[in-house]
Design a protein around this ligand. Structure first.
Ligand code: TRP
Length: 338
C-alpha cells in the first residue's frame, strides 16, 4: 500500500559529496557554502550525504576511504552543517540506496549513461579502471536523491546532467510502475546558485582540484603560513599577453572572501595597470585566513571529539534510513517484488 503522508511541508533538499580528502576552497564556494546557507534559511528539509559508495568507483585504498569519510564529516560540521537542522550521514550506512539503484538500472537505457560527460571525463582520467560503476554512477546518484523524494539538488554545473537524468528516471519509473500513484517520485530540480570557477593556483586554466597536486589547492584547514606560501607561488603571468587567468582567479577569490573595498581597489588597479601582484596575493591570503579562522578552531575541537562526530553521523543515518526503508517498501510493492 502506497501512502505518502507529508509530516513537513518543507521541500526536500539533498546533496552529496565524495569523501576524497580535505575540503578545499573550490568545494567550499561550489557547494558547502550554499549547503550551509540553504540549511540556515530554514526553508528546506536538508539531507547531506557523504557518498562513499560512489567513491568506490575511484582508486582509493580501503584505509584511505575509511579515514576520508570521517574526515569529511568532521570538516562539514566545522564548516557549519548543523545536525540539529540537517541530516548528515554516510551513504553506505543506508544501503537501501543500492537496492533502489538496482531497480533504476533496469529502467535506464545504457545509451543515456554513455552520453554522460562525467563518465567520459572519468574514463579518460582512469583509463586503467573503467569499471561498470563509473557508468552506472548517475543511477546511484538518482537513487540517493529519490530515496528521500528530493525536490531540489544544489550542485554545480558539472552535475546538472546527472540531475536531469534523475528527473528522467523518476518519469520512467512513474510511467511504468506508478500509474495508480501518479507522480510517486517527484521531478527533481537543480538548485543552481552562482558558483564561481575556482582555478588551480599553479595551472590557472584548470579547475582547482587535489588531483593536480596539493600545492595547487588551498584547503579549508590550511594554516595562515601555508595559505601565504601557496599564494606566493601562484601563477600570475599570462601566456599570450591577454588577461592572465591566474590574476582573474586571485580576484575571484578576493571577491568572495575579501571586503568590497579591497576587491574594487584591486580591480581598479588591475585595469589601470598599477596593480602589484604581491599585494594582491597578500590581500587574498589575509582574507582567506580570516574567513576560515572559526573553521580551523572548530575542526581542531572536533578532531578531539571523533566519537561525537561518529554519533552525529550515526543519528543522521538512523533518521535517513527510516525514510529510505519506507520508500523501499513502497517501491517493492509498486514493482511487484517481495
Ligand atoms: N556525483 C556527485 C559529485 O560527483 C556526488 C553525489 C552523489 C551527489 N550523490 C549525490 C550530488 C546526490 C548531489 C545529489 O559531486
Amino acid at each position: 500500500m502506497v501512502r505518502r503522508t507529508m509530516k513537513t511541508k518543507k521541500p526536500i533538499i539533498l546533496s552529496g559529496i565524495q569523501p576524497t580528502g580535505n575540503l578545499h576552497i573550490g568545494n567550499y564556494l561550489g557547494a558547502i557554502k550554499h549547503w550551509v546557507d540553504l540549511q540556515n534559511s530554514n526553508k528546506y528539509n536538508c539531507y547531506f550525504v557523504i557518498v562513499d559508495y560512489h567513491a568506490l568507483t575511484g582508486n582509493q585504498t580501503a584505509a584511505e576511504r575509511h579515514a576520508n569519510s570521517m574526515n569529511v564529516a568532521t570538516e562539514l560540521l566545522a564548516a557549519g552543517i548543523d545536525p540539529k537542522k540537517s541530516t548528515l550521514f554516510v551513504q553506505s550506512a543506508v544501503p537501501e540506496c543500492t537496492e533502489l539503484a538496482w531497480i533504476f538500472n533496469t529502467i535506464t537505457p545504457v545509451s543515456e549513461l554513455n552520453r554522460m560527460t562525467q563518465f567520459k571525463d572519468k574514463s579518460e582520467h582512469q583509463e586503467k579502471n573503467i569499471n561498470a560503476g563509473l557508468l552506472t554512477y548517475p543511477i546511484l546518484q538518482a537513487a540517493d536523491i529519490l530515496l528521500y523524494h528530493g525536490n531540489f539538488v544544489p550542485v554545480g554545473q558539472d552535475q546538472v546532467q546527472h540531475v536531469e537524468l534523475t528527473r528522467d528516471i523518476a518519469r520512467w519509473f512513474n510511467n511504468r510502475y506508478s500509474s495508480t500513484h501518479p507522480g510517486y517520485f517527484p521531478e527533481t530540480k537543480v538548485l543552481l546558485t552562482e558558483i564561481p570557477k575556482v582555478m588551480s593556483l599553479l595551472e590557472p586554466t584548470k579547475k582547482m582540484s587535489k588531483s593536480h597536486g596539493l600545492n595547487t589547492v588551498i584547503e579549508l584547514r590550511d594554516e595562515p603560513e601555508e595559505i601565504a606560501q601557496k599564494l606566493k607561488k601562484a601563477i600570475t603571468a599570462s601566456a599570450g599577453g591577454g588577461e592572465a587567468p591566474g590574476v582573474s582567479n586571485l580576484l575571484t577569490l578576493l571577491k568572495h572572501f575579501g571586503s568590497k573595498q579591497d576587491f574594487s581597489a584591486f580591480l581598479k588597479a588591475e585595469k589601470d595597470g598599477s596593480i602589484r601582484y604581491g599585494d594582491l596575493k597578500n590581500a587574498v591570503g589575509m582574507a582567506i585566513t580570516h574567513h576560515f579562522a572559526d573553521f580551523r578552531k572548530r575542526r581542531v575541537e572536533l578532531m578531539k571529539k571523533q566519537s561525537q562526530v561518529k554519533k552525529i553521523i550515526a543519528e543522521g543515518a538512523n533518521h535517513a534510513r527510516s525514510t529510505a526503508q519506507k520508500t523501499m517498501k513502497e517501491v517493492r510493492a509498486l514493482v511487484g517484488i517481495a
